[in-house]
Design a protein around this ligand. Sequence first.
Ligand SMILES: C[S@@+](CC[C@H](N)C(=O)[O-])C[C@H]1O[C@@H](n2cnc3c(N)ncnc32)[C@H](O)[C@@H]1O
Length: 237
Amino acid sequence: MAAMTAAPGRGPDRRVYGRRKGHDLTPRRQALVDNLLPGLRPAIRTDGRVDLKGPVGGHDRLWLEIGFGGGEHLVWQAAHNPDVTVIGAEPYLNGVASLLAAVEEHRLGNVCIIDDDVRPFLEGLPAACLERIFVLFPDPWPKARHHKRRIVNPWSVDRFADLLVDGGQLRLATDIMDYARWMMTAVWPHPAFAWTARRPGDWRERPADWPGTRYEAKARKAGRTPVFMTFVRKPRT
Ligand SMILES: C[S@@+](CC[C@H](N)C(=O)[O-])C[C@H]1O[C@@H](n2cnc3c(N)ncnc32)[C@H](O)[C@@H]1O
């Protein structure tokens, strides 16, 4: 594994490297993007601070999923935790449209959407406002020269430590062993985090309150075995 030296969130490179858009949206999904999405976006002030009194503040308890893809995990969590506002960040428009369709179908009133890069949002939130952060099967960027694009990195782990409440959870999953080691290297030695695993099953098996995602299903079909890591934010002293 290459040395983890980059802190790409801080530097000038704020490009989003993945796809922004796939096939054309159906008229119904385009209508959801035009009409439903604007009311679900968190209000961001001109100074970049996130206004927690906007739609994001529907509940005091906030969870954040970064790169929700098709939104399967987010929808499950929102449906099973109605007293939590689940914020999802995803720059891929077709994924956002899938989530909007599910929000409408299941009449979810506790979902908030950032249809863009999560990184400015990580900078605009106040400290200790999130109970959980999920980063599930992030883009692996396997080539060493692309490692600096990885969304889990020293900069983002510092942000996660700042944003999580004491006892809050950081849940990470990947099917790429190099990325699993990379995540471990970034989070395990971090003074704010403690890994919860006590036995191999704790990271080899997905916990019952953690539904599978489309990407996980693809990985398993291709013969790759995912790992699931839960870290707890240690109490601030
Ligand atoms: C490999 S997919 C996994 C999707 C989903 N979590 C799953 O397990 O099926 C990674 C996702 O992260 C999103 N992503 C990439 N960079 C991001 C960023 N800076 N902020 C938010 N999401 C991002 C991508 O658009 C993509 O949908």
